[in-house]
Design a protein around this ligand. Structure first.
Ligand SMILES: [Zn+2]
Ligand SMILES: [Zn+2]
Length: 142
């Protein structure tokens, strides 16, 4: 794994292409209900980079930003619906990016589960990673 190389990503239809320059700041599996619904999945694996290390290289005109709460937004491709980015007022200096849309390996493995309290009960997970949850989604549970 490269520690500082550019990592390229794209949406499902390929109209939107973007680059994240590593190192990443964090990588976590998120089990919040908004992630579940926007992806149609039990959980979503996100990583974050500094905003300055992120660029949309093609297809910016296809990006649709949805204010998913009063403290953050989610951006998806208006052509194919791929969920792409999440931006939160709590850490405006960084951009959260869906790991599954990237074409190469990240510089770190997923470190934790967040919003574990909101997880889909039909998903069995025993990977030994820390489980954080509670009202903020990031409080230690174990
Ligand atoms: Zn697309
Ligand atoms: Zn989430």
């Amino acid at each position: 794994m490269s520690a500082d190389g550019p990592l390229e990503g794209a949406c499902l239809c390929g109209a939107v292409k973007f680059t994240a320059t590593l190192p990443s700041l964090v990588c976590a599996h998120c089990h919040c209900t908004m992630c579940q619904r926007s992806h149609g999945a039990a959980f979503v694996t996100w990583f974050a980079v500094n905003r300055a290390c992120f660029s949309v290289d093609e297809g910016a005109e296809h990006l649709v930003r949805h204010a998913s709460s009063d403290h953050g937004s989610r951006t998806f491709c208006g052509r194919c619906g791929s969920s792409l980015f999440c931006e939160l007022d709590s850490h405006p200096e960084q951009v959260d990016i869906v790991l599954a849309n990237m074409k190469g390996p990240l510089d770190r493995a997923p470190q934790m589960h967040i919003f574990w309290s909101d997880r889909a009960e039909w998903m069995e997970l025993n990977d030994g990673l820390p489980r954080l949850g509670g009202p903020t989604g990031t409080e230690p549970l174990d």
